[in-house]
Design a protein around this ligand. Structure first.
Ligand code: ATP
Ligand code: MG
Length: 202
């Protein structure tokens, strides 16, 4: 009896393997780096970007990170990257959350400067992966022109994959992205009065 079940299972798996192999064969390798967007209300947009960065580093890829918003905040990822400047190029351009700077003109100025550096990162051909963390936020605030940013992202060096994070991704960017993932908030400890924690949230 159990022999029958095992044999049936084995046959099923052989078939599954064949189907899987055929599916993979149909797909082609990406000819160029991808445009990836992590958005949505749930936690994990930046975390997923840094997780991808970790993978890229594992393969010896060249990577760069530009943080648009978290200027003065001490974060685990920043402390880590600072320890390995030869592994990760890190630029922190934002002045902090908008409710901290309270100065729209200054925010716009910071966003423009950050976008200039981003373009250089995207165009130079030195990187396999560029993370533009919270770029969606400055776009949502209309600190940068979305058409200009869209064109800049699309004009990146063919070698370069770019990940754009932040809530409320603009439709114009979503429309041209290769990958769009929206984190869904099912529950967050913050709702139950639990503060953001070191090593988990920052
Ligand atoms: P993370 O950096 O943890 O991946 P994120 O990039 O998805 O978060 P952001 O919008 O950048 O989210 O939020 C920054 C901070 O707010 C992080 O400390 C994160 O843990 C926290 N956060 C994310 N989602 C929520 C939420 N739904 N409610 C409350 N706090 C949140
Ligand atoms: Mg984030």
């Amino acid at each position: 009896m159990s022999d029958d079940i095992n044999e049936e299972h084995r046959k099923k798996m052989v078939k599954l393997k064949e189907e899987q192999r055929a599916k993979v064969k149909e797909k082609k390798k990406a000819e160029r780096g991808l445009l990836m967007v992590h958005t949505g209300d749930g936690k994990g947009k930046s975390t997923a970007a840094y997780g991808t960065l970790l993978r890229a580093l594992g393969w010896g890829h060249d990577v760069a990170v530009l943080q648009y918003v978290k200027g003065n905040w001490k974060t685990g990822e920043k402390e880590f990257f600072k320890r390995f400047p030869e592994l990760v190029r890190l630029e922190v351009m934002g002045e902090g959350f908008t409710w901290e700077t309270q100065d729209r003109e200054r925010d716009i100025e910071a966003a423009r400067k950050a976008w200039e550096v981003s373009k250089e990162m995207l165009n130079c051909g030195d990187y396999d992966l560029v993370v533009l963390d919270e770029l969606n936020i400055v776009l949502r605030n209309d600190y940068l022109d979305v058409e200009e940013v869209k064109e800049g992202l699309l004009a990146r060096h063919p070698r370069t994959t770019v990940i754009v994070t932040g809530r409320n991704a603009k439709q114009e960017i979503i429309d041209v992205a290769d990958l769009v993932t929206s984190m869904e908030m099912v529950r967050h400890p913050f709702e139950n009065g639990i503060k953001a924690a070191r090593g988990i949230d920052f």
